[in-house]
Design a protein around this ligand. Structure first.
Ligand SMILES: [Zn+2]
Length: 279
């Protein structure tokens, strides 16, 4: 859930399936979840409380609880939070289960140990340094292409470097920065300060379209599931149909039919791209 569309899909799911429900029981399987200044008694802080609202701050989730407390889920890079039937079998890397009243359970699965769950007074959530304002969140805020263009000029970096930087736009990562560049027909090595007005508009439009499309396709559900198939964490995931370049090396470009390449367009940042139609 370090990617923005993934986090938005989870927020929507929780809003639909968890708000109004009460936490009946909590099992914390991974001590690391509460190790860094969180609540040692996370289960005690959650049990019996009703979830009243779900909000998203960048890629992190905030579940408001009755009684003026909030559960902050600072997800790890490979973490997924789901809400589903209580009888679902045990998953690998299951770190937390919160059973809800009237059936259903929240599950947090993560192969890493960099996630954090903490319960804090709702009034203090905004002041948490982890949740302080990062880059632009195109799914939550309105910004104009002209403001976007000014920031591109001010930053003056290779497009791939800039798009993958969460202090510019939250949660695009490698996957969506490659998709945004392909959608705009722009090469990742291009300097952000040297785009024409037309190119800025193309990049802006592609950014919004890629994110909205990813949410529509339930980003996490269709990509993480294929990544986690098999036991081999290192295995290459299967190409995902609705993504245009990511993980599609050697397959034909949907626009010009040349083969998609995977390689460095900027030093140290390999990218999926079409060398023919991204210029
Ligand atoms: Zn192409």
């Amino acid at each position: 859930m370090s990617l923005l569309p993934e986090a938005e899909v989870v927020r929507k799911d929780l809003e639909r399936d968890a708000v109004g429900r009460r936490v009946a029981a909590v099992t914390v399987q991974s001590p690391a979840l509460v190790a860094r200044g969180g609540n040692p008694d996370l289960a005690g802080a959650l049990t019996g409380r009703r979830i009243t609202a779900v909000d998203r701050r960048g890629v992190h989730l905030v579940l408001d609880l009755e009684g003026g407390q909030s559960l902050v889920v600072r997800s790890g890079e490979h973490g997924t939070l789901t809400v589903g039937p209580v009888e679902e079998g045990a998953a690998r890397h299951l770190q937390l289960v919160a059973t809800l009243d009237k059936g259903g359970a929240l599950r947090y699965v993560d192969s890493g140990e960099d996630a954090e769950f903490l319960v804090v007074p709702t009034a203090e959530v905004a002041a948490l340094p982890e949740l302080s304002k990062g880059g632009i969140d195109p799914l939550a805020e309105t910004f104009t292409w002209t403001a976007f263009g000014k920031e591109l000029v001010r930053r003056d970096l290779a497009l791939k470097t800039l798009l993958a930087d969460p202090s510019f736009v939250v949660g695009l990562g490698d996957r969506y920065s490659d998709e945004v560049l392909w959608g705009a027909g722009l090469a990742g090595r291009r300097s952000s300060s040297k785009l024409s007005a037309q190119e800025v508009r193309r990049l802006y439009r592609s950014l919004l379209e890629v994110l909205q499309d990813a949410v529509k396709h339930r980003a996490a559900a269709e990509t993480e599931a294929s990544e986690d198939a098999d036991d081999a964490d290192d295995a290459d995931p299967e190409p995902v149909g609705w993504l245009k370049v990511w993980n599609r090396e050697g397959l034909p470009c949907a626009r010009c039919r040349q083969r998609i390449r995977y390689g460095e367009v900027v030093e140290g940042q390999p990218s999926y791209h079409c060398a023919n139609c991204q210029t």
